[in-house]
Design a protein around this ligand. Structure first.
Ligand code: PEP
Length: 258
């Protein structure tokens, strides 16, 4: 991976309890210790457990960071159920996901709402992981690049060149998320290469070369190294396997190249 530090995120989704989230955090801390310098490791617990998980990493000390699975773009007010960027940061978040496929396709978030969230996260000093990816029917209709382009152009609208230092792109084909089906390394590489080319067009060569583009979709210890060996794949966003300490640690190790 040319000059780009690998990034591995663990998206815990709507799993764990108060107790199991802290024991998972402790386990990740111990198991990932060796690779922490070589890889940016971030876990994304459910919001009620952010403070507890962040306190585990603070007390170690550890290089593992905590992120939010979603944050709202308005700062405060009558938005029942939402959590603002400031609240996330106050709970220890330094990173946040925007546009995860479950937010797009289960909750129904639009490209425009996701863009508002991306901008609010960056303005609030967080690193934003913008997730993009096509549905199975879109892939079968030959629309993979078209969908990724639309989600990226709209998701990054009005995001400045300097702000791109705090953006990570996650390419997650929707048909591969939580299904056990993984994109072939060649198909994943092709999508990542396309996304990097689009960053040249939207920004410049330097931004495109520096931005981490990570792959998500049923990454496991058995396929991580082959995926991460692709020239434009800079790590992974991991769902199911991030709930198992040994699997997550093996994936982080694969990203470190060790
Ligand atoms: C995800 O939640 O972003 C994800 C990629 O999930 P999984 O690894 O379970 O496919």
């Amino acid at each position: 991976m040319p000059d780009r530090k690998p990034y591995v995120g663990g998206n815990w989704k709507m799993n764990t309890t108060s107790d199991s989230s802290t024991s998972l955090a402790r386990g990740v801390c111990e198991a990932c210790e060796a690779a922490q310098g070589a890889v940016d490791v971030v876990v994304f617990p459910p919001s009620p457990y952010l403070i507890g998980v962040a306190s585990i990493f603070k007390s170690r000390p550890s290089a593992i960071r905590v992120g939010a699975q979603d944050l709202y773009h308005e700062a405060e007010g009558a938005f029942t159920g939402e959590v603002s960027v400031g609240m996330g940061a106050d709970c220890g978040c330094e990173h946040a996901l925007a546009g995860h496929s479950e937010r797009r396709h289960v909750i129904g978030e639009s490209d425009e709402l996701i863009n508002a969230k991306v901008k609010a996260m960056l303005a609030g000093g967080l690193t934003c992981v913008l997730c993009v990816g096509e549905l199975l029917e879109e892939r079968e209709a030959g629309k993979t690049n078209e969908v990724n382009e639309r989600q990226l152009r709209t998701g990054l609208a009005d995001v400045g060149l300097r702000q791109m230092e705090n953006v990570v792109i996650a390419y997650e084909p929707v048909w591969a998320i939580g299904t056990g089906k993984t994109a072939s390394p060649e198909d994943a590489q092709a999508a990542h290469e396309f996304i990097r080319g689009l960053l040249v067009e939207l920004y410049n060569d330097d931004v495109a070369n520096r931005t981490r583009i990570i792959y998500g979709g049923s990454v496991k210890p058995s396929n991580a190294a082959t995926l991460f060996a692709q020239p434009d794949i800079d790590g992974g966003l991991i769902g199911g396997a991030s709930l198992k300490v040994d699997d997550f640690a093996a994936i982080v190790k694969a990203a470190s190249g060790a």
